[in-house]
Design a protein around this ligand. Sequence first.
Ligand SMILES: Nc1nc2c(ncn2[C@@H]2O[C@H](COP(=O)(O)OP(=O)(O)O)[C@@H](O)[C@H]2O)c(=O)[nH]1
Ligand SMILES: [Mg+2]
Length: 380
Amino acid sequence: MKTEKIIVSSLQEAVEELKRNYGDNAVVLSSRIVKRKRWSFLPFLKTTLLEVTVGIPEDEGEFQKELEEKAKVYQELERLKSTLNEVIKSVKFQEEEKEVSKSKEAEDLSLRAGRVLSRMVYRGVRREIARKLIEEACGYDIELGKLDFKDEIHESLTESFKKNILIEGERIFEETPRIIVLMGPTGVGKTTTIAKLSYLFKRAGKRPGVITLDSYRVGAVEQLKAFINIMELPFRVADTPEEFLKSVEDMENRDVIFVDTAGRSQHDKLRLNELKLFLESIDTHIYLTLSANLSELVMYEVIMQFGIFPIRGLIFSKLDETSYPGNVINVAYRTKLPILCFTTGQTVPDDIVMANYDFLTRLILEERHELESAGNPPEA
Ligand SMILES: Nc1nc2c(ncn2[C@@H]2O[C@H](COP(=O)(O)OP(=O)(O)O)[C@@H](O)[C@H]2O)c(=O)[nH]1
Ligand SMILES: [Mg+2]
């Protein structure tokens, strides 16, 4: 399959352009927003340009085509869902912001600290958590008679995050566990994230291998296998606990083994227990993947249900799909689970950032488009 990038104003337009130029067989592989006017009160007035990657089949089978059709529908549904969420949240938070600027809560804060507090609340950080984080970033300014940041805003907030939020990040390249398992609900991006992580570990000089326990969903295996093959890494599918143990044994010469799991719903206890059987007899580091556009309560629900496993840390996916990433701070602050990485789009392997405090601060202080330059450093 040949791929090409086109710039359009909507997915609909992309589909039409595809039909016109490439006939019926071309498919949308992925899309990303390249320019977006933000913070207008009505989100449907935003001008959105999409960079769409299209695949033009040369002589591929019907099966592959069908798969990509499905992915396209899924993608459009996801987009609709997040647009609706943004409508609801923008109304809610604009009201909250007004309230905050009026409230007495910010009275003992300097102007800039008060502004950052309302910005954090606006971005979805719970008010009491935002207040705590700001207080820790501040000292008492005698001249002002108020609390003010100890240093520049960015540095002060970063220091406060360091005290209150745990991060695993790039340290994992040095203290690499032998087996890393990704868990989480269906569609949060586990499989895509494993492909991205495998690339980063390979780039860091490690020898990764991948085992998938997800043979349920049609196409799940093919999707991951394709990426892993391109990277020339070993790949196994395990359908039973015995096969899983055997696959681990076969990968003895690997530094790190990533294990992809089927997206079990947090409500599906039976499936979760089945997964437990696979992992019981072996020492693994389990990371729970949460989509950043889930509501905070749903995140806690997922964490609780997956709590039958020893969860090591969290991965937040789909940061590109929310303008209100405050949930990430709320959940990391409250659970004290370390964050391993963030994913910021559909593109493998680029759209991933190993967690770091600078990024966390920028996530809260900056607009989404400003963050696009905050990826991992280029290959050495
Ligand atoms: N926008 C966006 N989409 C993502 C991201 N990560 C994965 N996806 C998409 O989410 C969908 C489900 O991903 P997949 O890895 O199959 O999820 P899984 O069911 O948890 O394994 C696919 O269409 C991915 O391209 C991300 O960071 N941002
Ligand atoms: Mg998957």
